[in-house]
Design a binder for this molecule. Structure first.
Ligand SMILES: [Zn+2]
Length: 60
């Protein structure tokens, strides 16, 4: 995760989404944790679960 400030974590499903996203592309939730520490922790969690799970599909 090179630029955690550009992302945030969905509080509903735990997905990492782009900072500019208004709602979660996966579950349409609108609550996010935007702290850098949380984004980094979640990125590590997802990385251990499924490498490259943060896909570009989420940003279109
Ligand atoms: Zn979500």
């Amino acid at each position: 995760m090179a630029a955690p400030k550009r992302f945030k974590v969905c509080e509903s499903c735990g997905s990492i989404v782009a900072q500019k996203a208004v709602v979660c592309p996966n579950c349409n939730a609108y609550r996010f944790d935007e702290s850098t520490a949380t984004v980094l922790a979640q990125a590590e969690l997802l990385a251990t679960r499924a490498p490259l799970s943060v896909t570009h599909e989420d940003y279109h």
